[in-house]
Write a new protein. Sequence first.
Length: 317
Amino acid sequence: MGRPRIERGAKQDDVIRDRVAAVAARSARPTSLLGQKTDRSVTVPLDQLHPDPRNNEVFELGGIEDLARDIEANGLAHYPVVRPHPELEDEYMIVAGHRRHAALSLLVEQGHGGRLGQVVCHLVPSDDLDSGVLMLTTNVRQRDLSTLERIHTIAFAQRLVAELREAGRLEAGTTTDGKIAELVNLAPRTVAYYRSLTKLIDGLRALLDERRITFTTARELAQQPVDVQEHVLAQIEAGEDGALSGAKVAALTESARTKEPTPAKVPDAEKLITALERAAERVSNLEQTTPDELSTFAPRIATVAELLDTIAAKRGV
């Protein structure tokens, strides 16, 4: 027998109302925007629900097939949270519930559209900042995050806090680390630890997530310039599989720092002359079609012409 959807949906109403109220309480803007109509539900065709692109930049959509089987057997336990789409009229963007949306889409593809093609959703009027805060706080409190997701959530929270501060929606005296810690539900010391890893390039983040390098090694690599990190990653990928010792990575890092710089490639003269000919032809076309556009650039054109004349004179042309 399936789970009683109405009862669970009612409980979810309370959860969503509390979460939205909490977001509104932390914001310096009026609470009416997020506080009103938080108990309003809308039934939306699945093809009118759109994921927030930011979600895929931060969170992984794992376990979709298992979730789809659970929904097929027991129904949708928790309704997605949506907001009016910022660009598409009468359509909606998901704030919380991206895995549920992916699972429902999978079921529809498998021929269950008649029963699951319409989705009951909680509607929360919000803008990009409010929805970003709600998306972040909901996910970090309801899921066990991977190392990569932790790093991405810290980086995302860091951007959110900067945008909130710029918009004047942080209370006076709010520190960046303190606000990030609040958003991601971690202690400030842990936030500082993960923030140090946000400078890792993606390939090294993946190695950390796979536990091929340790947190200590990752923090040391994060302090290196991007070109050094890329060199170390290339050396690791060209070597043996498996975990890497801190000493091995340190040796690769030192090698990358001391390697001879690659000499700058001398531009090919023929390519430069060809590009110059094409540019001159385009300028000539502009002169014929829209001469007024070139008026302000006349001094710069004259300077280029003088340089070319000088080069030609040196070669007796």
